[in-house]
Write a protein that binds this ligand. Structure first.
Ligand code: PLP
Length: 435
């Protein structure tokens, strides 16, 4: 099909040209005297993105799934008891990973579409007077349902009962796109992959370990070879890796970090929130529901759109892909067929999203859903107009068109600061939520 594929799955995400260019380089000797410069520039910038000063980042040639394993095998022993919550396919797979590694996992089951149940976590930890739980496993942003859990509240609950368990947080679809604060939230193991907020191809797994987590790794008896933190720490200390690193991806990561820090993490989060709000306005205009039940917990990286009775979400996805060259995310696990997902994470702008919403509307109509073509696009377009950054006057013009008409740009929810970046935004005109 001519034209570009519209990639709107929640990872892998679009890779910006700057990153593609940075990765397009010949291979080199990863044991040369020049190589440590790259490693040494990446690790401190990763700390900035994880918002930690004392956490130790590790970069493996792997994916998010590998980082579940790395986090667990480096800090736990077979038979250790951990507490986990299941509220979507990725929290389910995290639990499955822990069980297959020989851990004893107690699961708090929650409806898919809800967030981590902080009260029930607190109750379970309070009841564990003997301190048997060695870890609490939480998925920050459940990509299967479009729900963001409150990690800070989980930490506060742990602290209230004074429980010493480590806090393991899957931030695969949140870190580098949603607000994530490893130090402030007392996260011990923060896990992510390269193919979402970092805007890279899949292939790097990144995990950051707190000092407390590293202290436990010496006595952790789960077998580990490839993912051994100790090997990685020793090699990284000299600027190298214990085995052949994924060179192209590391150069891509270097550029990704530069882009994220140039834009500023708060601006990255605000941009994702604004784009997500437009998508949610479109879903409302379609008369459909999102999977997430609590608006406070709506994800700013992925929206899961529930299908009306009798419609299989897989048909919408297939029509979108084969007819309109638009890739939407599938319903996973128990949500298979019940929804489709729109990923709005990474390198995106208003018009790209409007294109995806147009394709989703067309595919939904083709699948027999009674949506008015243009309704969702119009709602999102209005929102994006209302919240568009105010512009300085065009060169040579004394004032902006809005000023000449005697009106301010609508919404005023965002402004361009002196760097041209999207600066701190006020409350959303649609939801009142801070942006
Ligand atoms: N955790 C979450 C929240 C995810 O969204 C994903 C993948 O989409 C994973 C873990 C697994 O990551 P990977 O596919 O990179 O192994």
């Amino acid at each position: 099909m001519p034209g570009r594929n519209f990639l709107f799955v929640p990872g892998p995400t679009n890779v910006p040209d700057r990153i593609l260019a940075a990765m397009h380089r010949p291979m080199e000797d990863h044991r040369s005297s020049a190589f440590p410069r790259l490693t040494r520039s990446i690790l401190p910038d990763l700390q900035r993105v994880f918002r930690t000063t004392t956490g130790q980042p590790f970069v493996f040639p792997a994916t998010g799934t590998g980082m579940w394993e790395a986090a667990l095998v480096n800090t736990r022993s077979p038979g250790d008891r951990v507490l986990a919550c299941r509220y979507g396919q990725f929290s389910h797979l995290f639990i499955d990973c822990a069980r297959r590694l020989g851990l004893d996992v107690d699961v708090l089951e929650g409806p898919w579409g809800e967030a981590a149940p902080v009260d029930r976590i607190e109750d379970a930890l309070r009841a564990d007077r003997a301190g048997n739980y060695k870890g609490v496993l939480v998925v920050h942003n459940e990509t299967a349902t479009g729900v963001t859990s409150d990690v800070r509240a989980v930490r506060e609950a742990m602290d209230r009962v004074g429980h010493p368990a480590l806090l393991y947080v899957d931030g695969v679809s949140s870190i580098a796109s949603l607000d994530f604060r490893m130090d402030d939230w007392g996260v011990d193991l923060a896990i992510t992959g390269s193919q979402k907020g970092f805007m890279l191809p899949a292939g790097l797994g990144i995990v950051c370990a707190s000092e407390g987590a590293l202290a436990q790794s010496a006595s952790a008896r789960c077998p580990r070879v490839f993912f051994d933190f100790a090997d990685m720490q020793r090699a990284n200390a000299t600027g190298y890796f214990p085995y052949t690193p994924a060179l192209s991806l590391l150069y891509g990561l270097r550029e990704s970090l530069t882009m994220l820090l140039e834009e500023g993490l708060d601006n990255v989060h605000a941009r994702h929130h604004r784009l997500a709000e437009g998508v949610r306005a479109a879903v409302r205009a379609w008369g459909l529901d999102v999977c997430a039940r609590d608006p406070q917990r709506y994800s700013d990286t992925v929206t899961a759109v529930m299908m009306p009775p009798g419609v299989n979400g897989a048909d919408v996805i297939d029509l979108a892909f084969r007819r309109y060259d638009l890739a939407l995310g599938a319903g996973l696990g128990q949500m298979a067929g019940k929804l489709f997902r729109i990923g709005h994470v990474g390198d995106l702008n208003d018009l790209m999203l409007l294109g995806a919403l147009a394709g989703a509307e067309m595919a939904m109509r083709d699948a027999g859903i009674d949506v008015t073509l243009g309704a969702g696009v119009a709602a999102a377009a209005e929102y994006y107009r209302e919240t568009a950054p105010a512009l300085a006057p065009r060169q040579g013009a004394a004032s902006t068109p809005e000023a000449r008409r005697g009106s301010e740009p609508r919404g005023g929810a965002a402004r361009i600061d002196h760097d041209g970046a999207l600066a701190a935004a006020s409350a959303s005109p649609l939801t009142g939520r801070p942006q």
